[in-house]
Design a protein around this ligand. Structure first.
Ligand code: FES
Length: 590
C-alpha cells in the first residue's frame, strides 16, 4: 500500500494514497459532515457541498468527498471559512426542503436533519421560492416525494450500480430539476422493478416504501382474522432498529412482538419456504427427466420476476412456476388453515412481514390470486414493523423469546431459514433434490460452493448419483443479466439458476433497516462492507441450530401433503401454489 503524508489541523498523519480527503480524515479520527457521499465512493457526486474543507494545492474550498489527498497536503476542516460554507450549504438545502419533519417516517434516520444539527444550521436563514413538488404514490412498492429530495444522486447511482438499470435520473433544468424515472413518469409506469435499493440509500424521506400500516389498522377495526407471517431475512435485521449489533437474530422477540400487536396467529414464512422447495424441487426433477425447459430459474424474488417480464420476456418459460414462499403460505392459510378452523377465507387478512418493497407489488399481481382472492392482503417491510412496535410502546429488548404458533404450519427446517441469503434457495433445493435422486440424505449437508453474501455470480457442478447438475447463482440484475444473455445466446451450461433481485439476497432487501455509519456509533468502521455477511451469518447459524434441516423432513409439510395437497405439483398444488408470467410490452425498452 503506498502512503502519503498529510496534515489535518496542523497534525501530521500518514494515510493511504488515493483516498479522498473525507476518507482520509475519517481514518485519522475526523467525521466531516457529508450527504451525497456514500459507501466508498459508490455514490459520490460531489453535488451537495456539505463536506467543504480547505486544502493546500486547491483553489478555495473543496468537496472532500471527491477530492483526493496528495503528498504534503494540509487540510483545514475547522477554519471559519469552511465552517460557514458547510453551514450555508445545508441552510440552502433546507430552504427548499419540506420541513414537516414530525410527520416524516424518516424521522430518526434522516441524514439531512443530522447534518443540519452538526453544522449548526439556522432556521429560515434563506427564504425564497420553492420548487413545485408532487408525490408519486401510484406504485404499490415505492413512494417518491419530490419535496424532500435534495438531488444528491445516491438513488441514481445505486440503481445503476446494483442493476445496471438507470431507472432514476435528473429531469428538467435548474430550479425545476427533479430525480425521476424518464419523462417524469411514475414508478408504476416505468420499468422500475420496485426492489427498493434506491430507498436504502436515500438520505431523506424522498424515497420510501409505500406504507400499509393504515390498511392493517383498518383490518383490525373491521374484526378480520388478522394473521402475520414473517420472512427469514427479517429476523436477521429487525434487532438493528432496537440497538442490537448487526447480525443479531431476534426470532423469538419478533414472534412475541407480533403476538402483542394483536395478530391472531403468528407464523414463520420458513414453512412456506419449505413448501416452495417441495414444489420447486419436484418441478426441477420433472424438467430434468422429461426434456423440460432448462435452465430452470427460481421465481421467489418479485424484483427479479419484474425485471424478467420487462426485459427478457422470451425467457419467461425458464422461470419456475412456483409462487414465492409468503404467497404460497398465504394461499395455504386461506384454504387449508381456513378449512381446519371453519373460517371463511374472505374474513382472513394475511399480513406478510418482508425485507422487500417489491413484495408489496407482488401480492397485487392478478396471476397470484386464487378464486379472486389475494393470497396476502398487506405487506410490511422490516422497517414498518419496527415503526409499529415503537408505536405500541413495547420495549422490544425486554420482550421474552417466544415460539411461533405451532398449529398446522409451525414447523420449519434449516433449509427454509437460509432462503433469506443469496445462494440459500439453491442450497435448500439441492438438499431435497439430492434426497429425491438418491433416496438418501446427504451427509455433509452444507453446499459451501453456493454460499456467499454478495452480488456476483457463483457456480457449482454436482454429480448426484450419476446425474450432473450445473448450477449458478446471481443477485442484483447486473449479474443476472450475464447469465440471462448466455441463455438467450444458447450458451448456458446450467440446469438450475437462482436469481435474487437485491445484491446479496433478501438480507439486503429494499425494506431492511438502513445501514448508516453516522447512526451506528457502536459498529466497526467497515460496517458498510460487512453488514451483509453479518446478517447472512445470523441465518446460517439458525440453520445449524435446527434439528430438521431439509424441507422434505418437515413433519407439518409431510402432513399438509397427506391431508390436503396430495403430492408436490398435484392439481391442487398447481391451483394454489403456482403462478404464471407475462411480458410487459408497452413500456420503454432499456
Ligand atoms: Fe461531498 Fe456532498 S458529501 S459534496
Amino acid at each position: 500500500m503506498s502512503v502519503v503524508n498529510i496534515k489535518i489541523e496542523g497534525i501530521s498523519y500518514q494515510v493511504e494514497a488515493g483516498l479522498t480527503i473525507l476518507e482520509a480524515a475519517k481514518a485519522c479520527g475526523y467525521e466531516i459532515p457529508s450527504l451525497c457521499a456514500f459507501n466508498h465512493g459508490e455514490c459520490n457526486q460531489g453535488s451537495c457541498r456539505v463536506c467543504l474543507v480547505e486544502a493546500t494545492g486547491a483553489r478555495g474550498l473543496v468537496a472532500s468527498c471527491v477530492y483526493p489527498v496528495a503528498e504534503g497536503m494540509e487540510i483545514r476542516i475547522n477554519t471559519p471559512k469552511a465552517v460557514e460554507a458547510r453551514r450555508r450549504s445545508v441552510e440552502l438545502l433546507l430552504s427548499n426542503h419540506n420541513q414537516n419533519c414530525q410527520q416524516c417516517d424518516k424521522n430518526g434516520h434522516c441524514e439531512l436533519l443530522h447534518v443540519a444539527q452538526l453544522v449548526g444550521a439556522r432556521e429560515g436563514a434563506y427564504v425564497g421560492s420553492h420548487s413545485e413538488t408532487f408525490i408519486d404514490q401510484l406504485a404499490p412498492g415505492l413512494v417518491r416525494d419530490t419535496s424532500k429530495c435534495i438531488l444528491c444522486g445516491r438513488c441514481i447511482a445505486r440503481c445503476t450500480n446494483a442493476h445496471g438499470l438507470g431507472i432514476l435520473g435528473f429531469e428538467n433544468r435548474g430550479f425545476n430539476t427533479i430525480v425521476s424515472p424518464a419523462e417524469n413518469r411514475s414508478f408504476a409506469n416505468s420499468p422500475c422493478i420496485q426492489c427498493g435499493q434506491c430507498v436504502t440509500v436515500c438520505p431523506t424521506g424522498a424515497l420510501m416504501e409505500h406504507s400499509e400500516i393504515d390498511k392493517i389498522d383498518e383490518a383490525f377495526r373491521a374484526g378480520k382474522h388478522v394473521i402475520a407471517q414473517a420472512a427469514p431475512a427479517v429476523r436477521a435485521a429487525l434487532g438493528e432498529e432496537f440497538g442490537y449489533p448487526i447480525g443479531t437474530p431476534v426470532t423469538g422477540k419478533m414472534a412475541a412482538a407480533l403476538r402483542r400487536l394483536g395478530f391472531e396467529r403468528v407464523y414463520d414464512v420458513n414453512f412456506g419456504a419449505d413448501l416452495t422447495i417441495m414444489e420447486e424441487g419436484t418441478e426441477l426433477l420433472h424438467r430434468l427427466t422429461s426434456n423440460g425447459v432448462l435452465p430452470m430459474i427460481t421465481s421467489c424474488s418479485p424484483g427479479w420476476v419484474n425485471y424478467a417480464e420487462f426485459n427478457y420476456s422470451d425467457l419467461l418459460p425458464h422461470l419456475s412456476t412456483c409462487k414465492s414462499p409468503h404467497q404460497m403460505q398465504g394461499a395455504i392459510i386461506k384454504s387449508y388453515w381456513a378449512e381446519e378452523h371453519g373460517i371463511d377465507p374472505k374474513d382472513i387478512f394475511v399480513v406478510s412481514i418482508m425485507p422487500c418493497t417489491a413484495k408489496k407489488y407482488e401480492k397485487e399481481r392478478e396471476q397470484e390470486k386464487v378464486n379472486g382472492l389475494p393470497d396476502v392482503d398487506a405487506v410490511l417491510t422490516t422497517r414498518e414493523l419496527a415503526r409499529l412496535i415503537r408505536r405500541s410502546g413495547m420495549l422490544f429488548r425486554k420482550l421474552p423469546d417466544e415460539d411461533w404458533d405451532q398449529d398446522i404450519m409451525g414447523d420449519y427446517s434449516g433449509a427454509g431459514v437460509i432462503f433469506g441469503v443469496t445462494g440459500g434457495v439453491m442450497e435448500a433445493a439441492l438438499r431435497t433434490v439430492y434426497f429425491k435422486l438418491t433416496g438418501k440424505e446427504k451427509q455433509d449437508i452444507v453446499f459451501t460452493e453456493v454460499r456467499g453474501h454478495d452480488a456476483g455470480i457463483r457456480e457449482a457442478s454436482l454429480d448426484i448419483n450419476g446425474t450432473v447438475v450445473n448450477v449458478a447463482i446471481a443477485s442484483g440484475m447486473r449479474s443476472a443479466k450475464v447469465l440471462l444473455d448466455e441463455i438467450r445466446e444458447g450458451k448456458s451450461k446450467y440446469h438450475f439458476i437462482e436469481i435474487m433481485g437485491c445484491p446479496g439476497g433478501c438480507i439486503n432487501g429494499g425494506g431492511q433497516p438502513y445501514v448508516r455509519p453516522v447512526f451506528l456509533p457502536n459498529e466497526d468502521d467497515d460496517i458498510l462492507d460487512t453488514y451483509k455477511e453479518k446478517r447472512a451469518n445470523a441465518l446460517y447459524s439458525e440453520d445449524e441450530r435446527q434439528v430438521i434441516r431439509q424441507s422434505h423432513n418437515n413433519p407439518q409439510i409431510i402432513s399438509l401433503y397427506e391431508k390436503f395437497l396430495a403430492s408436490p405439483n398435484s392439481h391442487m398444488a398447481h391451483e394454489l401454489l403456482h403462478t404464471s408470467y407475462a411480458g410487459k410490452e408497452g413500456f420503454p425498452q432499456l
